[in-house]
Design a protein around this ligand. Structure first.
Ligand code: ZN
Length: 147
């Protein structure tokens, strides 16, 4: 395992071991597959939207600890958000990993535990994969890759 901050690592290990919302949604309104060829992470994201609000979001698939933990954390933070809020969160999370975004930004909540990933450029795509899949699903695309 990487040398991340202990608290952060604990949350990531927990979400990898017991991923939240690891299932497929019956009657999903939006789905997309995500693939990260660099690492081999694969996931299928499903969502149920009502009146522009993400009522439910879940994922299935297999990938490394970072991709699984990130997807688990993402499902928790997207539930109950509007599509516009989800887009804003995507941008903040992307900046957190790639451009030194602020891990103390309260909007990120628990997602901040993944800030340590930016020290490992090869793993950034593992962490961002689920977000690309979520955005693809919201845009009506069926698949997303990290390249
Ligand atoms: Zn990975």
């Amino acid at each position: 395992m990487m040398d991340l901050n202990d608290l952060y690592r604990e949350v990531i290990v927990d979400h990898n071991r017991s991923p939240r919302n690891f299932r497929r949604i019956d009657g999903a309104t939006h789905t997309a597959d995500g693939y990260n060829p660099l690492c081999g992470d694969r996931l299928t994201l499903s969502m149920k939207l009502e009146d522009g609000v993400i009522r439910d979001v879940a994922f299935e698939g297999s990938g490394c600890a970072i991709s699984t933990a990130s997807a688990s954390l993402m499902t928790e933070s997207l539930k109950g958000r509007t599509v516009a809020e989800a887009e804003t969160l995507f941008d903040k999370f992307h900046r957190l990993l790639t451009a030194g975004g602020d891990e103390n930004d309260p909007a990120l909540g628990k997602l901040a535990v993944l800030a340590g990933v930016r020290q490992y450029p090869a793993r950034i795509k593992c962490a961002i994969l689920c977000w690309h899949a979520a955005r693809a699903a919201l845009h009506g695309d069926k698949s997303a890759t990290t390249e």
